[in-house]
Design a protein around this ligand. Structure first.
Ligand code: PRE
Length: 407
């Protein structure tokens, strides 16, 4: 991923003004535990949530009454602007300290995603679960928690992109939380360069977006001849909202055409991803696993670590190769609990660095004997093994609807 140059000091720094409009104080480790909540954790969480509802309702009233007053948000630019006001009824993202219960939803499935309305993750949620109620969350971790706390029924989160590679944060979170992968969905990602109405490319000094989106458009931004700094924010649609809400005439956002629509921006350039076949793969997460089947193609995701011995990775991979099971992905992430490990007495004074957890996706269902045998063998070579999920493969990457969801 390319590095994002430092912010131009003459323009407002995004860091000081979080995109999430609800208060966003990060809790300390002691306040917040990412493990699966026990019954009592769950009950006390509900009590805390209930007490926050009244405060949130009050805040949302204030936001609604301020919704059309964009100039009040803009301390730096005092031009009079022809803006489409941001719809105050758009759902606000959940933040880590403010889980308000989802509104009445009847039989609609509630699906948490990271970002604000107009984010690609929202589109992925809609593709995975047509007619769902999409619940925006301001961080990936919040989407995990929303499902754990029964505020949402599912979460839909990106794990890899065909141009930008893996979204590492979600691999780490999969391990820290106890949710199960129940499906996958692949979404073609079509980026646009968005700015306030009337703004021309020559006025721009900054482009903001999700780091993945910035990296997916890196070459095209250069080709467009833009002399701009790139700045990373939490999500693409949040970038668009930020440009609109702060009336920034020197800043463009990389986001979807739907985000342009929602936040009243014009599309300065369309299809600016460096490759037209830009696809992001999302996984669907639930509290319970689905029952694996054999009547359609399934994929299984596992994570493992090994303690000692040589050629462990080779042995693990051959357990699949001998059974003709194709691997679709291997990802390694630092073993956070053991970033450095002292080795035995013979090697006093040395340390073993770079221990890894390995994430593997393979094309078989856990209902198949060959997959069960492969995992039994893997278990022999590894000190830790977890099946993250066995789920239907998304075989229709280019279709506008439908994916590898559970039935
Ligand atoms: O920012 C968004 O709109 C997202 O949904 C996030 C995200 C990502 O994390 O990769 C999803 C798809 C695109 O690849 C760019 C960004």
């Amino acid at each position: 991923m390319q590095s994002i140059p430092a912010t131009n000091p003459t323009i407002p720094a995004l860091k000081s003004k979080p995109i999430c409009s609800l208060p966003r104080s990060l809790p300390t480790r002691a306040m917040y535990r990412p493990d699966t909540p026990s019954r009592s954790d769950w009950q006390s969480s509900c009590a805390i949530l209930a007490s926050k509802v009244a405060v949130l309702a009050q805040q949302q009233e204030v936001q609604k009454s301020n919704g059309t007053d964009l100039t009040s948000l803009n301390g730096h630019h005092n031009q009079t602007l022809d803006l489409v006001p941001i719809d105050p009824n758009l759902p606000r993202p959940l933040s880590i300290t403010d889980f308000s219960p989802a509104p009445m939803h009847g039989s609609q499935l509630r699906v948490a995603y990271q970002g604000v309305p107009g984010a690609y993750s929202e589109a992925a949620a809609g593709k995975a679960y047509p007619n769902c109620e999409a619940i925006p969350c301001d961080q990936f971790e919040v989407a995990f928690q929303a499902v754990e706390l029964w505020i949402a029924d599912r979460a839909v989160l990106p794990v890899e992109n065909s141009l930008g590679g893996s979204i590492h944060r979600n691999y780490d979170l999969l391990l820290r939380h106890r949710l199960h992968i129940v499906g996958e969905v692949q979404l073609p990602v079509h980026h646009c360069l968005l700015a306030l109405p009337g703004v021309r490319k020559e006025y721009l000094t900054r482009v903001i977006s999700h780091p993945q989106a910035l990296s997916q458009c890196e070459l095209t931004l250069t080709k467009l001849g833009l002399n701009v700094v790139r700045e990373a924010v939490d999500d693409t649609a949040g970038a668009a909202e930020f440009v609109a809400a702060n009336s920034l005439r020197d800043t463009a956002a990389i986001a979807s055409a739907r985000a342009a629509d929602l936040y009243g921006l014009q599309i300065l350039a369309d299809g600016i991803q460096d490759d037209s076949s830009n696809v992001t793969r999302f996984v669907m997460l639930a509290r319970e696993p689905i029952i694996p089947r054999t009547d359609r193609p399934f994929k299984t995701s596992i994570v493992f670590a090994h303690d000692k011995g040589t050629s462990v990775l080779f042995k693990v991979l051959s357990a699949f190769a001998f059974r003709n099971i194709s691997l679709t992905k291997i990802e390694s992430r630092p073993h956070r609990n053991r970033p450095i490990r002292l080795v035995d007495d013979a090697n006093v004074g040395t340390a073993k660095h770079f221990e890894y957890m390995f994430y593997v996706d393979f094309e078989a269902s856990m209902a198949e004997v060959r997959a069960q045998n492969a995992l039994a063998e893997v278990q022999e070579f590894t000190s830790f093994l977890r099946v993250l999920g066995s789920y239907p493969m998304d075989m229709t990457p280019w279709s506008p609807s439908g994916g590898g969801a559970e039935d």
